[in-house]
Write a protein that binds this ligand. Structure first.
Ligand code: NAD
Length: 345
């Protein structure tokens, strides 16, 4: 049934995209990845000889990037004649508030908003049935009443990154009657291993610090955030590709799990269980930027798509420690594992 389906992923070399590529290939999809390889392309090397894998190095801020990629000889291994994509999953972006701050407002807007419009318009022109957009629960900003936020809650962005994601979501909501059905997922903060693991995400970075320095410095220990394993995010995206179209057209879903809402202190306690020798130093400093103190409700995705996560934070900690201890990830300090030079706690 799935044999002939073709997914086009922008940003497919990234943290989520590389694992999504792997899972789609496993489910017999054809996969075309478009990526400008900001952090290298090693994450895709293992797929190069797969008959259902196609890679095109391109920058999706170029207005015809998607169309040209599918027709030009830039496609790897002569796959330019493939059928048009059934679904487009748009992950390419300047990701996270430090990276957006670093490139500035104009560039962040071009990469995260204009490029989304362009990719969507090309997906529609190609007749793609679905367009999946990667948004973030940063859009909710700080919680006002302490209750878990739902997709209906007011948005209160605290960063340029969240502003760009909201603008892109709004554009997509206005396209809900297009031939291409738009669907946005607001991901919780990810953790876990993928072919391009990121160590600038809070859980991954904490595990790395505990493992390498045997020390953790924690700011604002009581802050609640919402977390989800990268593999569950990939499963969530797949459920959006497989769901009946009327369930997803023009919809926004928080993607994560109610049991993934943790205070920073609870995360530290989970890390201490695996690495009890870690020294923890608590500080009260406040930084500007994307400070989230928020719980998120994932009732809608469970109700509408039947989606539930299968991994928890302890699973993620265990696999991170394994990857570091075994040497699977040999030089985790390398800059290719980071989108910006500091993490957001
Ligand atoms: N990781 C998280 O916790 C998280 C949370 C919420 C939302 N998201 C969203 O999910 C998506 C993927 O995130 P990720 O963590 O995999 O990020 P990532 O930085 O690992 O991957 C992004 C990929 O996009 C590519 N890219 C960037 N700009 C491009 C362009 N103009 N043209 C072509 N390729 C380009 C990069 O080379 C990279 O391979 C992003 O849109 C991000 O905003 C991520």
């Amino acid at each position: 049934m799935n044999e002939s389906r073709h997914a086009l992923i922008t940003g497919g070399a990234g943290y989520i995209g590389s694992l999504l590529t792997s899972e789609l290939l496993r489910a017999n999809w054809r996969v075309t990845v478009l990526d400008s390889l900001l952090f290298g392309g090693e994450s895709l090397v293992g797929f190069l000889h797969h008959p259902n894998f196609n890679f095109v190095k391109t920058d999706v801020t170029e207005p015809r990037a998607v169309r040209d990629a599918l027709t030009s000889s830039r496609s790897t291994y002569g796959k330019a004649g493939w059928p048009k994509p059934d679904s487009v999953i748009h992950l390419a972006a300047i990701v996270g508030f430090p990276a957006c701050q670093a490139v500035g407002r104009q560039a962040a807007w071009r990469y995260n908003v204009e490029a989304t419009k362009q990719v969507f318009e090309q997906a529609s022109a190609l007749g793609a049935g679905r367009f999946v957009f990667a948004s973030t629960y940063s859009n909710y900003g700080l919680s006002t009443d302490g209750k878990p936020v739902t997709e209906e809650s007011p948005l209160n962005p605290q960063s340029l990154y969240a502003e760009t994601k909201i603008a892109a979501e709004e554009f997509l909501l206005a396209q809900k009657d297009s031939v291409t059905a738009p669907l946005s997922f607001r991901f919780a903060t990810l953790y876990g291993i993928s072919p391009r693991t990121r160590f600038d995400l809070i859980i991954n970075q904490f595990v790395l610090d505990a493992f390498t320095k045997r020390e953790l410095i924690i700011y604002q220990r009581g802050y609640t955030r919402s977390f989800v394993h990268v593999r569950d995010v990939v499963r969530g995206i797949l459920s959006g590709l497989d769901a009946p179209e009327q369930k997803i057209r023009g919809q926004i879903f928080n993607l994560g799990t109610d049991s993934g809402n943790y205070t920073k202190d609870e995360i530290v306690q989970l890390i201490l269980r695996r690495m009890p020798q870690t020294i923890v130093d608590y500080k009260d400093l406040t930084f500007g930027g994307d400070m989230r103190d928020i719980s998120v409700s994932f009732e809608k995705i469970k109700r509408e798509l039947g989606f539930e996560t299968i991994l928890n934070v302890d699973d993620g900690i265990r696999e991170l420690v394994f990857a570091l201890k075994s040497g699977l990830i040999r030089n985790p300090q390398d800059e290719k594992y980071r989108n910006a030079q500091f993490i957001v706690q």
